[in-house]
Unconditional design. Structure first.
Lengths: 98, 95
């Protein structure tokens, strides 16, 4: 099972008594504000969690996997995530017995 | 944008919610995300992306100061894959 927006909203409702409607909107706004900042070309740094950085990728040769046709992949900007120290160590501790 | 700037922006989105309550909500969202990954559970946010764990095999590392060999265990590291909407919204951002 994966964690979803609905799960996160449910927890804001049960733990903090935020109304169900607000909880849903807050979770939506959280991800939307991060997307907007990245769309505006701004790095997002969430201490304890990690950083969302933007990287420019140059044009490179690609191929349509269905037809085998050569098509260049245009230059573009992509989002990369660098986990923070606290997230990395919590994951290492939590998964050490796997 | 930092976490506190994110909290401020969200507080202006919701004028009827106090800044300190918005701060608790944002911290709780992040804590749930950390907890989920630490429990080896994926995170899937449609239009934003998904977070999962990738395995790193055990290897022999070196202490960069002394050159000494160090055995490093295998471990899991968080990985983010941006979703379609996020990819489409940032891709033309080449300045």
């Amino acid at each position: 099972m994966a964690l979803t927006k609905a799960d996160i909203a449910e927890r804001l409702f049960t733990k903090y008594g935020v109304s169900k409607r607000d909880a849903k909107l807050i979770v939506e706004a959280f991800f939307e504000e991060i997307r907007s900042a990245l769309e505006a070309g701004e790095q997002v740094k969430l201490s304890g969690f990690g950083n969302f950085d933007l990287r420019v990728k140059n044009e490179r040769p690609g191929r349509n996997p269905k037809t085998g046709e050569d098509i260049p992949i245009s230059a573009r900007c992509v989002v990369t995530f660098r986990p923070g120290q606290k997230l990395k160590s919590r994951v290492e501790e939590g998964t050490s017995k796997l | 944008m930092t976490k506190s700037e994110l909290i401020e922006k969200m507080a202006t989105d919701f004028p009827h919610i106090q800044v300190k309550d918005m701060e608790s909500s944002v911290k709780e969202i992040l804590e749930q995300m950390v907890h989920s990954l630490a429990s080896n559970e994926r995170i899937e946010i449609r239009g934003f992306g998904s977070f999962s764990l990738h395995y790193r095999a055990p290897r022999i590392g070196r202490n960069p100061k002394t050159g000494e060999r160090v055995d490093l265990d295998g471990k899991y590291v968080p990985h983010f894959k941006p979703g379609k909407e996020l990819r489409d919204r940032v891709k033309d951002n080449i300045r």
